[in-house]
Design a protein around this ligand. Sequence first.
Ligand code: PLP
Length: 406
Amino acid sequence: MISLNQEYLKLRGSYLFSEIAKRVSAYQAEHPDSDVIRLGIGDVTQPLAPSIIKALHGAVDEMSKAETFRGYAPDGGYDFLREAIVREDYRKRGCNIDPSEIFISDGAKSDSGSIQEIFARDNVVAVCDPVYPVYVDTNVMAGRAGHYDETAGKWSNILTLPCNSDNGFIPEIPKVKADLIYLCFPNNPTGEAITKSELQKWVDYANMTGAVIIYDGAYEAYITEEDVPHSIYECKDAENCAIELRSFSKNAGFTGLRLGYTVIPRALAREGVAVRDLWARRHGTKYNGAPYIVQRAGEAVYSPEGMKEVREQIDYYMRNASYISNSLKKAGLSVYGGVNSPYIWLRTPNNMSGWNFFDLLLKEANVVGTPGEGFGKCGANCFRLTAFNNYENTVKAVERITKVIM
Ligand code: PLP
């Protein structure tokens, strides 16, 4: 009889958002008339911008004619998109990235989950705590995590880097060996960002030790402060140690369309091998490319009109973020994030557990958020709200939350 991959059996509980969905459905089944407002999962709500829709229609029409029909996409993505990315996301910021170092994909979730495959199993993985759960779970699946210690609340072979209000949510450089380091800034879930000088310390550490940093920049578009880098390649010598992940989900509303990319500079080599070449091999073997029509839509994000339109959407969400953050601060909560990110991270009132606060808000305010515990041990007694709902619902939700906690 076939046996199962035992590493998968080590995975803990159900995925965070499945548990939330289960609790919300159970509540709604019992209270069918309740007007539940969701500030939980990080999904956008604004429709795609007009220039993106126009590009999609144009590409669909191309697919209908033999002369312009496209089949399989090139492995790394179409040049028109890779060149637009290099021009707008890198050269304009002084980062010397070549289109051949960009790999177009269906989003940062799959890239952040798959990137570990090109590194050996005995590497030590380091993640922030709290953390986007995908980095941990995919390393559990790969057999790199060891066993889970319930009391310590962590995996025996994964190094966790605590991020809390004491260290400004910026992890400290580890004193022990770390090979594959996942950093995400602006951060999900804390919403806090890293300055260029702080990030430079990580780059210097990785270059000194030979570690590789996986830098998840899914929320780059939300950066508002000057000293926060938009790319890790703004740091000196980062091309020798860093892989950057980007997504079109949160800046341009592609959560349903699916598009992202990974950057691996040719200069990043280990054991005499360009890491880029391994990813190219993996990408070519396991992946057949984001759809042509979606890559055309991605190109439209970088057109002058597209950039203006998506900026308006980001500003819209950031208005929500400021509203949530300012109102809850006024209500007496300790609130973080929301300045360079659509996420607001707060300490629960009276040190309640995040799940108890979740249940309280669901029942008493009909508002859904995300319990901090779902992101790691250091997320205990914390809670995440997102700015992705519409303004009217955001205001309503904050009023209801305020009433419950006052
Ligand atoms: N990385 C982080 C930190 C995220 O929070 C998310 C989505 O919430 C993703 C990656 C996934 O992005 P995508 O929609 O491109 O797969």
